[in-house]
Design a binder for this molecule. Sequence first.
Ligand SMILES: NC(=O)c1ccc[n+]([C@@H]2O[C@H](COP(=O)([O-])OP(=O)(O)OC[C@H]3O[C@@H](n4cnc5c(N)ncnc54)[C@H](OP(=O)(O)O)[C@@H]3O)[C@@H](O)[C@H]2O)c1
Length: 383
Amino acid sequence: MSWGARSGVALGCRARPIVDMSYSRHFLDFQGSAIPSAMKKLVVTRLSPNFREAVALRHGVPVPLPGDGDLLVRNRFVGINASDINYSAGRYDASVKPPFDIGFEGVGDVVALGLSASADYTVGQAVAYVKAGSFAEYTVVPAKQAVPLPSVKPEFLTLMVSGATAYISLKELGELSEGQKVLVTAAAGGTGQFAVQLAKKAKCHVIGTCSSDEKGGFLKSIGCDRAINYKTESIESVLRKDYPEGVDVVYESVGGKMFDLAVNSLATKGRLIVIGFITGYQNPTGLSPIKAEVLPAKLLKKSASIRGFFLNHYFSEYKMALKHLLKMYEKGELVCEVDLGDMSPEGKFTGLESVFRAVDYMYMGKNIGKIVVELPHSVNSKL
Ligand SMILES: NC(=O)c1ccc[n+]([C@@H]2O[C@H](COP(=O)([O-])OP(=O)(O)OC[C@H]3O[C@@H](n4cnc5c(N)ncnc54)[C@H](OP(=O)(O)O)[C@@H]3O)[C@@H](O)[C@H]2O)c1
């Protein structure tokens, strides 16, 4: 296959079939592996929060061509996020109609790149990125959106969305200070694990909710002062008994009854950060009912506040946050727990086919740490 010939087709250059060959020189093979002409990817074919109904695995899709400022990344690890089902339901941008690509983040190798992108990157470089369309064997990523990595490891993926969300939201909205009490819901999950550790680094007392003793053990291991397994203990009773003054900050991801309970447990001048409301995502509305009518009175009585956080609104903070998180990880100051599904009924999440299982696994509440799917690739295979 010739990259030059393909780019003529892909760009629709009917009158100009000859492309600039000096440019195509940059589409190099990587360690003896030819870039194939076709690949597999997941595509949203109909809008639904039911991932299996919304998404199809497509075979024989042309491998995309990087533009001048782009990298072509061969994905080795892709991250599962609770909002994958919000995305498949079309809740991110109602104007976008199926078919469209899905998957928020990936880690992989640069296998080809445009001329301008080659100023900062080379073929073989390990990178991570946040960009729609990672549930594919290859993804084109603008070089400006890529983060260079020392190696291809799933731990780095945990920082891209999940770690950055915890870091930026607590920094910008948490107003954490020594000795404050922080409640983290879904604490043993992808982003919760970082909220726990970052609040501990800020010398806070951290309480984390989870659904099993195994998760509770993990929370203890990352420094959580009090893990509450809500399957065996009442969160409400524990908070009332052990924290009668309330909690100063809540990092809240669950929604519905958990949100109501968290509002009730706020201390005077407490801050509840709305990170998500996963209990609603599978509903047709995407929402989880709360006791909204009592909110103004409850907040006023405690001079408390509720603050929303959406990572997409904090791009200006993103690179700095990631730099910090990567440094902490490299110095051994941050646990980046990865759940590759080894303990799931059908075993490790390997290949794009297993993204469906991985999403189910999250919605069964089984994961400890960030759910990651591996896309295996034999580096020296001649494709
Ligand atoms: N605002 C932002 O920019 C942003 C960015 C990233 C993530 N988020 C939000 O952060 C939250 C966590 O996302 P994540 O991707 O890191 O997922 P995750 O925490 O790795 O997995 C979800 C966890 O939520 C808990 N959970 C509680 N009720 C659940 C239910 N009814 N269905 C499924 N899980 C339930 C489960 O833990 P237990 O069983 O232990 O409770 C489950 O393991 C989500 O609300 C997500 O939308 C927000």
